[in-house]
Every structure is written in structure tokens, then in C-alpha cells.
Write a new protein. Structure first.
Length: 457
């Protein structure tokens, strides 16, 4: 499988005079032009869901619950997840991976149909946006599937994910296996590599999947059904409500009658309520005392009726540690937490549920107790279309200066702010006149300057 990632390296130097600063800046430009950057995950789990799976026609149907911008890389595979090796199962002839790179935006609510033709291309491999009628086949590359029947009648699974195969960020998962399954219809043992899959628990990947939240186990074991389709409610709803519908097995029906007689209640699209997600300017986690942790975040505008839920993860899953409610005035929030006894690392995220039911999540922050690590930076997505998310991991509190320059040296963004020790995620929005080109992000902190090469679509 072709991998869409490369190593990112940041050059660091000190500037003692204004002339030395300028010379160092252009010297680092030359170095950075020879490097590529990591493309981090740009979607949240649950952003795309699978709403139908027919093994007779080797077809699955999917729906994005958010608008997907051009240039987004998404991977779809029917390789099972092996909990014993904390990785995808090894490639065999009936498995494969589809890498989809969007060349134009895809609207939330569009139904997408993917047909896997296999080695004989019968039926013909196709990828179609049923809402627009657009042919998306030219946007995908396929590896594997060297048999004529890619989805076996004994069952299969599909995962949608981003980033590297060796450390995926899972977006959604579905399982339909004739093998041994638990009460949630996920396998408890890999009895057949082509057929079975564990539910990813966060070991070996960037995140875990939770059945009924961002994954669904369809009827399994002796009840495994070859054609399973969503047949639930179709009334207009927000993304969070639709996700709850799609991950509820009671809303699915199926059959074992060739070529599949059950049809989805969803046509070419789903009706989504208009939503304007919370605009989060930053979310930080800072160690304030030996045992104390302060979580802070700021929104671009007051979000009346929005509920902010703080979630913490020590192992493989997040749990709620408290909530705060937005109002018509407040934009700055903070919440205090403590280190859990015996743990030196804790992960945090912010769940934001708006008054209309739409739910979104912040980026995840990993805080290390008494961290003495070198300051690190991550910027994503890359390439960017508008906003850039910048994650800063600081070994101690201090002043941070952020700049964005064009390759010719023109400054298009600048901000200076005080940040605490730990991880912070900031939203950077360059001037609207920024053109598609290569840009250099500069972060100055504690006498050091780090630069990163970014591209705008």
C-alpha cells in the first residue's frame, strides 16, 4: 500500500541580531524546501459512517456527517484488527485497502457507494457520489483484492481511518462475522483472518473505537447476515443524532437472499440540520502544582446553550470528568483536574455539544507529569485550506511568538502570547488573501526558533 506520509523535521537556531535572524531564516527556507511534512488526521471519529454492506454485490455505502474539504486523504480497508498484535491483520488475497484523496469538497449528508470488483472486475469497481452522480473512481487507489470476490459470504469488516497503517486514527468501523463474537458482535478470537476482527481498543492506534458511538457490530456468529442495511428514521437531524441512529443495531435490517432484497431507508442523501460548529481558538492542559492540572479553552464567540464536557483518558478510552455550560457572554473557560495516583501521563479532550445537538471534539492533548521534554510543535492539516491547527508542547511556561511567511519572506500572520507548561492547541487563520503556495511557519520560544514548511491549497 502506498503510504502518504513522510518524516517531518524542524530546524532550530538562535538569533542574536536582526541581521543574523534574517540570514538564518532564509538558510532554513532552503533546508525546509527539501523536506515533506506529516499529514495528520483532519477528521474526527464518527465523521464518516458506513450505512450499508452487501456481500452479494461486494458493495458498501457511506455517509460523511461533516463537509470534507478537497485534499483530504481517507483510507478504507476490510483488513481485520488483531488485538493480539495491536495491528491490522496481514494482507491475504481477499483483503485490500482503498486510499481516497478528495479532489473537491464532499458535502455532509451525501451517500457514497463503493463497489469492489476484485481481480476480474465483475461487477466493475466503482465509487460514486449518489447525491451528485459524480464518479469518484479517479480519486482512489486500490491495493490488494487479488480474488474475484472481495467480500466473502462468511462475513467481513470495514474500517475507515486516516494516517499511517502502522498507527491509524480510526474514524469508523463495522463488523459482520460468522465467527465467534461477543455481545456487541465483535470477534473475541481471529478464527479466520479474512473474516474476523476485534474492536480496536486504542493499543497500536491513535484512538479506540466504541461500539454504539463510532462503530457498529452487525449480527454475527450464526446470525451473521449477508446483506445488512440501515432502515431507521430519516427525519432531518444534526450530525450527532445521525451518528446515534447509524450505530444502533435496532435500526438495521437484512437478509440472506441473493442478491439482497433489503434496501436502505436512506436514498441518495440524508437531511442534515444546518450547523455552525463551535470555533475553538485554543485548548490547553497545564500542570500547575505537583498534583494539579488546569484545563483552559477559548471560543471565538459566546456559545449560548453549548455544553462543554471535559474528558480524560489514562488507558484506551475517554471518560467524563466534568461539564461547563456556555452562555451569551462567556468565551474563556477553565477547569481544574488532578493527576490520578500512579500515572505519569494523562490525555484530555473537549467534547462540545451545541443546543441543536451537534457534537464536535477538540484535538487530544497528552500531558506528562513533570515533563522535561524539548518543546515540540505540530501543525495540521497540511496542506491547509484556511485554518491551521497548531499544537505546542512546552516544557515550561513562557512567551511564544508565532509567524507565517510566504516563501518570498512576506509576513501573513503574527501572534505573541503567554502559554503555560504542557500541551496547547491554537487555531491560526492567516489573512484571506493568502494564495495557494508554500509557506513557512515560525515558532519562537525560550530563545529558540523552529520552522515548519506548510502548503496552502
Amino acid at each position: 500500500m502506498q503510504k502518504f506520509y513522510a518524516a517531518r523535521r524542524c530546524a532550530t537556531t538562535s538569533f542574536f541580531t536582526s541581521s543574523a535572524r534574517l540570514l538564518s531564516f532564509f538558510f532554513l527556507i532552503v533546508l525546509l524546501l527539501c523536506q515533506q511534512t506529516v499529514k495528520a488526521n483532519t477528521l474526527n471519529s464518527g465523521s464518516i459512517v458506513i450505512i450499508g454492506m452487501n456481500v452479494y454485490t461486494d458493495e458498501i455505502r457511506m455517509v460523511p456527517l461533516v463537509n470534507i474539504p478537497a485534499g483530504t486523504v481517507i483510507k478504507i480497508t476490510d483488513r481485520g484488527w488483531n488485538q493480539g498484535t495491536a495491528s491490522f491483520s496481514a494482507f491475504i488475497t481477499g483483503d485490500g485497502t482503498i486510499t481516497w484523496t478528495t479532489t473537491s469538497s464532499v458535502a455532509a449528508g451525501s451517500v457514497l457507494r463503493l463497489v469492489l470488483g476484485g481481480s476480474d472486475n465483475i461487477p466493475a469497481t466503482s465509487f460514486t457520489n449518489l447525491l451528485t452522480g459524480g464518479n469518484l473512481l479517479g480519486q482512489i487507489s486500490i491495493s490488494g483484492y487479488t480474488v474475484t470476490d472481495p467480500i466473502p459470504v462468511s462475513g467481513d469488516q470495514f474500517f475507515i481511518y486516516q494516517d499511517a497503517e502502522a498507527n491509524p486514527y480510526f474514524i469508523f468501523g463495522v463488523n459482520s462475522s460468522f465467527g465467534t463474537v461477543d455481545a456487541q458482535n465483535w470477534n473475541t478470537v481471529i478464527g479466520a483472518v479474512l473474516r474476523d476482527s476485534y474492536l480496536p481498543n486504542g493499543v497500536g492506534s491513535q484512538n479506540a473505537l466504541t461500539n454504539g458511538l463510532n462503530a457498529i457490530g452487525l449480527h454475527g456468529g450464526t446470525s451473521q447476515t449477508d446483506n445488512m442495511q440501515y432502515t431507521g428514521a430519516t427525519s432531518a437531524a444534526g450530525g450527532s443524532a445521525w451518528l446515534s441512529r447509524f450505530t444502533n443495531l435496532a435500526n438495521w435490517s437484512g437478509d440472506n437472499v441473493l442478491p439482497g432484497t433489503t434496501s436502505s431507508s436512506v436514498g441518495n442523501s440524508i437531511s442534515m440540520l444546518s450547523t455552525l460548529p463551535v470555533k475553538l481558538l485554543f485548548f490547553t492542559a497545564t500542570q500547575t502544582t505537583a498534583d494539579g492540572i488546569l484545563l483552559r479553552w477559548k471560543t471565538a464567540a459566546p456559545e449560548d446553550g453549548c455544553r462543554y464536557e471535559l474528558q480524560r483518558s489514562i488507558g484506551s478510552s475517554f471518560t467524563s470528568i466534568g461539564t461547563l455550560d456556555g452562555d451569551a457572554v462567556q468565551t474563556d473557560f477553565q477547569f481544574s483536574d488532578q493527576w490520578t495516583t500512579g500515572n505519569d501521563q494523562q490525555q484530555y479532550r473537549l467534547k462540545m455539544t451545541e443546543a441543536n445537538g451537534y457534537t464536535s471534539y477538540s484535538q487530544q492533548l497528552l500531558l506528562s507529569r513533570n515533563s522535561v521534554a524539548t518543546a515540540g510543535i505540530k501543525a495540521f492539516p497540511n496542506p491547509f485550506a484556511g485554518k491551521i491547527n497548531l499544537q505546542l508542547d512546552l516544557p515550561k511556561a513562557g512567551t511564544v511568538r508565532i509567524q507565517l511567511h510566504s516563501i518570498t519572506g512576506m509576513q501573513v500572520y503574527q501572534q505573541q502570547l503567554q502559554l503555560g507548561k504542557g500541551s496547547s492547541v491554537l487555531a491560526i487563520e492567516p489573512v484571506t488573501t493568502v494564495a495557494a503556495a508554500v509557506y513557512l511557519l515560525t515558532v519562537e520560544y525560550a530563545g529558540q526558533t523552529q520552522l515548519m514548511r506548510l502548503s496552502r491549497q
